[in-house]
Design a binder for this molecule. Structure first.
Ligand SMILES: [Fe+2]
Ligand SMILES: [Fe+2]
Length: 338
């Protein structure tokens, strides 16, 4: 690991501009191939190891499921309900930790799909393309993240099932898009990475005292994900505008489905949590289904990728209808035609 040189997110890591995506003058100067090469170089000079860079056995990092630091904040949509606030402190903490462990499990299963899709993507690349090296760096980084997330889940003591069978079935279909339809695959990547990145950055910037283990994991993850998001966005900007009419149509109609499903998986409690703590349906409706705050946060988490869809020309009058029907549409960016 190389220590970051800039001051940082919270007291952890600030994302250097090169990993957030080039802007302004640099964007005009730099070609797509240059950018991919630069991201690959960043993967060499700044990367993390799941075991060397997280002090798992430090007593400060020990997980106590009833530690109040796991409790949901009052501005969390579930944390704000009177049902949640009326639970004993130990239960409030357990619910919070159970939710984090579930997101970690779903996250590592998503990363499994991502790694397999990237291997498929790399398989068809001609010799000499910079994406091959970049894709392998990303696969290696995601493998470290998955080790880190699974270790965290194991140490919480919760037996988290993760994705349901039908979600795992759907995920398997996504893997082959890495080879057969990379643009669609990278929309899926952004659908998984963007909302969780949003949630983690918000948590790191918030004023709450976070458990040091969670904080360390999020700092590492946010730092490396910045490269992954940057690559996916630039891959789409480079390649999506060159798609033929049929593929562009398919991309425009499937993107909102993928994004709507992925964002909810990362932002709501699982069926196991609802069952375990007996969360009443009315509370789920109050916190999520009919909560304008939850809807606004979901839209905010999807904002960057929605704007990207506009930039690459797949927000058409027809496709925005799908976004609206799925409840993930917000004020209209410029529409493409068709
Ligand atoms: Fe990751
Ligand atoms: Fe990633």
């Amino acid at each position: 690991m190389t220590t970051p040189t800039t001051p940082t997110l919270d007291d952890g890591y600030q994302i250097p501009e090169e990993e957030r995506g080039a802007t302004g003058a640099r964007q005009r100067r730099e070609t797509y191939a240059d950018l991919v090469a630069r991201l690959s170089h960043q993967s060499v000079v700044k990367h993390f190891d799941a075991y060397a860079d997280v002090p798992w056995d430090d007593p400060e990092y020990r997980i106590d499921p009833e530690d109040p630091r796991w409790e949901l904040a009052e501005d969390d949509v579930l944390g704000a309900t009177s049902w949640y606030r009326g639970q004993p402190q130990a239960v409030r903490a357990r619910i919070g930790l159970h939710m984090i462990a579930t997101f970690a499990k779903i996250g590592l299963q998503f990363e499994g799909v991502l790694k397999r899709g990237l291997l498929e993507f790399a398989l068809r690349l001609p010799n000499g393309t910079p994406e091959f090296r970049y894709a392998y760096h990303e696969i290696i980084e995601e493998a470290q993240h998955s080790l880190m997330f699974q270790e965290f889940v194991n140490r919480t003591g919760f037996d988290i099932p993760g994705l349901s069978w039908w979600q795992r079935f759907g995920a398997r279909q996504v893997v082959r898009f890495g080879r057969t339809f990379p643009e669609l695959f990278f929309i899926f990547v952004l659908g998984g990475e963007d909302p969780i990145d949003y949630v983690q950055r918000t948590a790191l910037r918030g004023g709450r005292s976070l458990h040091p283990l969670l904080k360390r994991i999020m700092q590492i993850h946010v730092t490396e994900e910045a490269r992954h998001l940057c690559f996916a966005r630039h891959y789409l900007k480079e390649h999506a505008p060159r798609l033929g009419v049929v593929r562009r149509f398919v991309l425009s109609r499937r993107a909102p489905f993928i994004l709507a499903i992925m964002s909810q998986m990362m932002m709501r409690p699982s069926a196991q949590i609802v069952r375990t703590y007996g969360i009443p349906r009315a509370v789920i409706r109050e916190a999520y289904t009919r909560n304008p705050v939850h809807r606004a946060r979901t839209l905010e988490a999807l904002r960057k990728v929605r704007e990207l869809c506009g930039e690459i020309g797949i927000l058409t009058p027809g496709s925005t209808l799908v976004w609206k029907l799925l409840g993930v549409w917000e004020a209209a960016p410029a529409l493409a035609t068709a």
